[in-house]
Design a protein around this ligand. Structure first.
Ligand code: SF4
Length: 269
């Protein structure tokens, strides 16, 4: 995925639906970044911290949670303000959501505009979009931040479907296709105590490290309960997860699992 793919003129009038822009973000890829949050998500993760990304927000919700339209040109006027931070820190533009690949033309247009100005790009994705969307996006993405959320056990009901609302197969197919095509991918694995930190899931994460040695890394993202108040402000019921934030012992146990398999490249975010 090289910068030369972005040589044509970007369409600055291209518009899409967003719900937030955050400058100086440092959890959304390398360095300091500007993160644009695109509206809409086909998943309903049981621990979602961004329910305002879902398409159906009650009309009585606070204005801050409502969808708004923005053009590539308007967003680039914000993104380029911090380019000296990107240059100094190895950062850039991240598209997140929601699921940015559900607005592929707009997302690709914004990524392409950033790359045309020499700004590196990342796409934070759950992988739930048609293969054609990823084919459109891939030439404009320096780094995919790929969420891997749950692992099914043969013969048992799908845990992935139970926790996210979707079967994992098409998402994993998209991952494999992009990896085979040479994309740089950082795997990110939210771990929620007693919910998805099953031996099968930890073993599957270890399997990614073995089977995909060209991954940019694997990050374990410990569950945190921040964002629950958003549900109250949106008038939505809070997630009925029976869990807690992982304590230090739990996090150490996760890491020991990978270290015992000689996989030190799997780290805590
Ligand atoms: S993929 Fe992300 S935004 Fe969508 S429901 Fe899951 S956690 Fe929320």
């Amino acid at each position: 995925m090289t910068a030369s793919a972005d040589s044509t003129s970007p369409d600055l009038a291209l518009a899409g639906a967003i719900f937030d822009v955050q400058r100086c973000a440092f959890h959304d890829g390398p360095g300091l970044r500007t993160t644009v949050f695109l509206k809409g998500c086909p998943l309903r993760c049981a621990w979602c911290h961004n329910p305002e990304s879902w398409s159906r927000i009650p009309p009585e919700a606070a204005p801050a949670f409502r969808e708004r339209r923005a053009t590539v040109g308007e967003l680039m006027a914000i993104v380029r303000k911090d380019r000296h931070y990107y240059d100094a820190s190895g950062g850039g533009l991240t598209l997140s959501g929601g699921e940015p690949a559900r607005q592929p033309r707009f997302a690709a247009g914004l990524l392409r505009a950033a790359r045309a100005e020499g700004i590196r790009t990342a796409l934070d994705t759950c992988g739930c979009a048609p293969p054609s969307a990823f084919a459109l996006l891939a030439p404009h993405v320096n780094l995919f931040l790929w969420d891997y959320k749950a692992t099914d056990t043969a013969g048992a009901p799908s845990l992935h479907r139970e926790l996210t609302g979707r079967d994992p197969g098409p998402l994993l197919d998209n991952f494999r296709r992009l990896y085979a095509g040479g994309a740089d991918i950082l795997l990110r694995c939210p771990l929620i105590p007693t919910i998805n930190d099953t031996p099968a899931h930890l073993e599957a994460i270890a399997g990614f490290a073995r089977d995909y040695p060209r991954l940019a890394g694997i990050e374990i993202i410990p569950y945190h309960a921040g964002g629950l108040s958003k549900y109250d402000r949106l008038g939505l019921p809070r997630p009925a997860l029976k869990t807690r934030q992982p304590d230090e012992r739990t996090k150490a146990r996760w890491l020991e699992f990978f270290q015992a398999r000689n996989l030190p490249g799997i780290t805590l975010a």
